[in-house]
Design a protein around this ligand. Structure first.
Ligand code: ZN
Length: 736
């Protein structure tokens, strides 16, 4: 073996370390370093995002969206180039707001004119892996901005909204308070004794942690492990043993003297059952949580934020346990999802997700997009057979530890294929999964492609853990975990047992896993956490690349003629060609034909199929803006609706008007065919009868819009194409 010079050897080593960590060398230039060898909790998360916001002022904005029940702030970090992007309100000068009857208009931020992608974590306080994955994504985005042109473009063109902690009180208690708390901390008198939160668990021995208390108990359900006596092994319900029996409880005492321990802690309501979609069940009982939908400040703050950021099209909510992704619905069956949305969810997003995990997906998802169907409404290209389509085995793609055998098809959707375990709706058979669920609201009422990912499945995602088999596989795993934290983390995640006399239970020992590390419910710090975070960063990055993008690809303003009096002139049309029969004398007015081509060059349409019909959503619009005192719209109003622009991505199984490849479909609107030689004023009447061309077909990803205007003198004109979730584009044109 030839030895490398010492310096080259170091460089190779450095590169190898970078590769091991999954980082490009450029990513080493972190202005705000972050590691994932421990959880950040609420406090560490807030510190980190505040530092990021200070270090990257040009591409971030940190927003306080409200307070939790106990007054902790909920934050959203917006990541977008703050110097690019515009909104329609910047283009139209209001001269007298009161006179023009404009009230309570909050100026839009430039990023409201860009497609938005929401990513959150920590809705359930004890599922803090989602918080960590949010921080990982933030780090990848802000460090990638300077080193990766693809990431830079995504941040220039789009807005990422990242809310790492939806439930500050629950995450705080679960990570910094040693009390696993799924719910918020809404004040509740759980034991109905007139006091609130008076009997939670206790740090009895004052070591700064609430761990466990173990004591000898002839009725106990535990025995001590022979191999590692730190480990307590739980017996089966009627399991016999000759060994000494123990009981193991949380470190706790009866604070309010009612004979129970820990029955009235801070635990409030489940925020992910408090959203206003499907909140009641069919039996007229309260199905969701809370006194009414959005009663929790945590959910209400999110709802208000969405209401003011209607550009969000993609929604991801990170939860923890299971190792799969839920797409809508939890409350309703697939029959309530538009087939087109279902196809985007499953055949595009679900397929990618399964590929990233290296698991099987239905073979039918590989079908090509159906060819355009003439005049047909969007629908399934082939009859539904009802017969389940066998899933085809997929080879794992660079994902370690995934057990192919664990993949199992579950249920048959309304679409005639079985869904893999890793990608499915929570709704099962004829049974709602829950009421008042966030992703149901985000899809059904807000109109976004929403999903919840349960990030962590300990038995397949724990990189580095050997495969254990046999009856005592669980015990072997638990032993290995103890040794792992001894070796990798210096044993700091497990408190050694020490004797303690419990005020109610007598002699015993306090010790055990610090709860946040020993739950088994969250990705273990270090490589397992980085591994899970990397996969889901890749998924979010890929989804960001699907966002729509409104562009004005062509715009012209053609002076047809100049006149002092338009009424004597005539215009002849042959197809798109206008011929002017001039009459009268030249004058101060120019008759101008303005033509603009608006195109969605992004993969996804500017709304989900359902989104077009939702009350809060509007169609894409194109404006022609000039000096309003000197422009008269002869045909076409200043703003014209152009419907919803499809994306460029064919949707498998769905017949669309967008060609599969190559060409593009084009609809002309705004100018119906005009009979030859029609005088201009008659033409206007004709246009009005035709509804100004507003009935023009609205399919495909391209629109051509025309206006006929009379302009006094000369002025620059602006075309502004604005789409709620597809972005805003501006183009200036000069008369020629
Ligand atoms: Zn959860």
């Amino acid at each position: 073996m030839k030895l490398l010079p010492r310096r080259a050897g170091r460089a190779v080593l450095f590169l190898a370390v970078c590769l091991l960590l999954g980082n490009a060398p450029g990513a080493m230039a972190q202005k705000v370093p972050i590691a994932f060898d421990d959880y950040h909790g609420y406090t560490g998360t807030v510190e980190y995002i505040q530092r990021v916001a200070r270090a990257y002022p040009d591409i971030t904005e940190l927003i306080e969206i409200g307070q939790s029940t106990l007054g902790r702030t909920q934050y959203v970090l917006v990541i977008s180039n703050m110097k690019t992007g515009t909104t329609i309100d910047k283009m139209i000068e209001l001269r007298n707001m009161r006179k023009e009857n404009i009230r309570n208009v909050t100026p839009m931020k430039p990023y409201h004119g860009k497609p938005g992608q929401w990513i959150d974590g920590g809705t359930h306080g004890n599922e803090y892996t989602g918080t960590e994955v949010c921080l990982y994504i933030i780090d990848k985005l802000v460090t990638g901005y300077d080193s990766d042109p693809a990431i830079k473009k995504l941040i220039d063109d789009n807005a990422f909204y990242i809310c790492p902690v939806v439930n500050p009180d629950g995450v705080f208690n679960s990570t910094e308070g040693d009390v696993s708390q799924r719910q918020n901390s809404m004040l509740a008198d759980n034991d109905e004794d007139g006091q609130v939160n008076e009997d939670g668990p206790d740090d009895l021995n004052g070591d700064g942690h609430i761990t466990q208390f173990r004591y000898r108990d002839p009725e106990g359900r535990y025995v001590m492990d022979d191999v590692d006596p730190r480990l307590m092994i739980r017996l089966g319900r009627d399991e016999e043993t000759t060994r000494e029996r123990w009981s193991v409880i949380r470190e706790d005492r009866d604070n309010d003297g009612d004979g129970r321990r820990g029955e009235d802690g801070e635990r409030g309501i489940d925020v992910n059952r408090n959203f206003p979609e499907g909140w009641f069940n069919d039996d007229n009982e309260q199905g969701g949580s809370g006194y009414y939908a959005a009663s929790a400040p945590e959910s209400r703050n999110i709802l208000e934020f969405f209401t003011n950021n209607t550009n969000i099209l993609l929604v991801q909510s990170f939860h923890t346990s299971g190792g799969f992704t839920y797409r809508p619905f939890a409350r309703w069956s697939d029959s309530q999802i538009d087939p087109k949305d279902l196809a985007v969810f499953d055949r595009i997003m679900g397929k990618k997700y399964c590929q990233l995990l290296g698991v099987e997906y239905p073979a039918v998802w590989d079908e090509e997009a159906a060819p355009p169907a003439a005049g047909a409404a969007a629908g399934f290209a082939r009859p539904r057979t009802g017969a389940p389509v066998p899933a085809r085995a997929r080879q794992g793609q660079g994902v370690r530890g995934r057990d192919q055998a664990r993949t199992q098809a579950i249920g048959t959707t309304g679409s005639g294929y079985e869904l893999p375990r890793q990608w499915r709706p929570p709704y099962r058979g004829d049974r709602p999964y829950g009421y008042g669920i966030f992703i149901d609201w985000a899809y059904a009422q807000f109109g976004s492609y929403s999903m919840t990912t349960e990030l962590w499945n300990r038995s397949v995602d724990f990189v580095g853990m050997p495969e254990f088999t046999g009856d005592d596989a669980q015990v072997q795993r638990d032993r290995w975990l103890l040794l792992h934290q001894d070796e990798k983390f210096g044993g700091k995640f497990f408190i050694p047992w020490r004797s303690y006399r419990h005020p109610e239970l007598g002699a015993g020992e306090i010790g055990g896993w610090i709860p946040r590390y020993g739950s088994g419910n969250n990705a273990f710090p270090g490589d397992p956490l980085r591994h899970v975070a990397e996969i889901h960063w890749q998924f979010e990055l890929w989804k960001a690349g699907l966002l729509p993008k409104i562009e004005i690809t062509d715009a012209t303003a053609e002076v047809l003629y100049e006149t002092s009096n338009a009424s004597g002139a005539t215009v002849q049309y042959q197809g798109d060609t206008a011929t002017i029969n001039r009459s009268g004398r030249r004058g101060a007015y120019r008759i101008v034909l303005v033509t603009a081509t608006i195109e969605n060059t992004g993969a996804l349409a500017t709304h989900v199929a359902r989104g077009q019909r939702l009350a809060g959503n509007r169609n894409d619009v194109v404006w022609l803006i000039g000096d309003r005192d000197r422009i008269t719209f002869l045909q076409g109003s200043a703003h014209q609706s152009i419907g919803v622009l499809e994306g460029t991505m064919p949707i498998p199984g769905i017949a669309t008007s967008a060609p599969a490849a190559g060409g593009r479909s084009r609809q002309v609107q705004g100018m119906p065919n005009i009979p030859m030689g029609m005088p201009l004023e008659l033409m206007q009447q004709f246009m009005q009868r035709m509804g100004g061309g507003q009935q023009a077909a609205r399919e495909g990803n391209v629109r051509e819009v025309k206006w006929l205007v009379a302009i006094e003198g000369n002025m620059p004109l602006k075309i502004v194409a604005t789409s709620q979730k597809g972005g805003t584009a501006v183009r200036e044109i000069t008369l020629r």
